[in-house]
Design a protein around this ligand. Sequence first.
Ligand code: ZN
Ligand code: FE
Ligand code: FE
Ligand code: ZN
Length: 272
Amino acid sequence: MNYAKLADYHIHTARCGHAEGTMEQYVERALGLGLAEIGFSDHIPLYFFPPERRDPTLAMPEEQLPEYVESVLRLRDRYPQIPIRLGLEADYVPGHEEQLARILDPYPWDYVYGSVHFIGDWGFDDPKHVDRYTGWDMDALYRRYFDLIKGAAASGLFDLIGHLDVVKKFGHRPASDPTDLYREVVGTLKQAGLAIEVSTAGLRKPVGELYPAPALLAECARQGVPATLGSDSHKPSEVGIQFDRAIDALRAAGYSQIVRFQGRHAIPIPLQ
Ligand code: ZN
Ligand code: FE
Ligand code: FE
Ligand code: ZN
């Protein structure tokens, strides 16, 4: 696997309460693989919940955000041999857009992910709450999830969407043909100028498939939505993991380039 032109933009840190290792270990892993860039994108504090509902095993406490940013910026001095991007994985929750804008405003992000992990108060990607899939009509669930993705795109707060079809994480598939739904969602992303990531995290989950699914990625390619690569690393050994699969999927979908981010601008890189 030749990592020379590739970036892994989806990297967590131990601050989130469910990742391990030091930030240096993630960077060292990227250097060992020969990645061109690495970007940290830890979970934003659970700003949309009242303080008593902010589970410390899901995201860093609010007061740690400045220190997270400073630690990424400090790593740039320590590792001048690799660009280290400042990112964040920010939950999109409708009705909390202004609050999120205020949290993001003070910092020099290279990119901000919009991710949907909650439908109402249901953390649907959390294995602890997987029982709540029971009772949902799968088409209704997919519709509801992707309506949130469209809301995230329309909010103007994000540069790219994380794990675009994470609703399939535990193997729940739409009952009907999702072609029209995919076309509509991708149209919203395109119109809003967002990118997506090809995430290898799904390969390590019950669904056993990249995010997004082949048909959804092909629709992204068809409509010209730019793509990045992400491992969603929660330990250093996951950096860049299975990127060969992600590259194959991008090519199969029709991509000939991916993008990197700097200062919230997407810059194309040809796929070698
Ligand atoms: Zn996480
Ligand atoms: Fe996520
Ligand atoms: Fe993540
Ligand atoms: Zn994630």
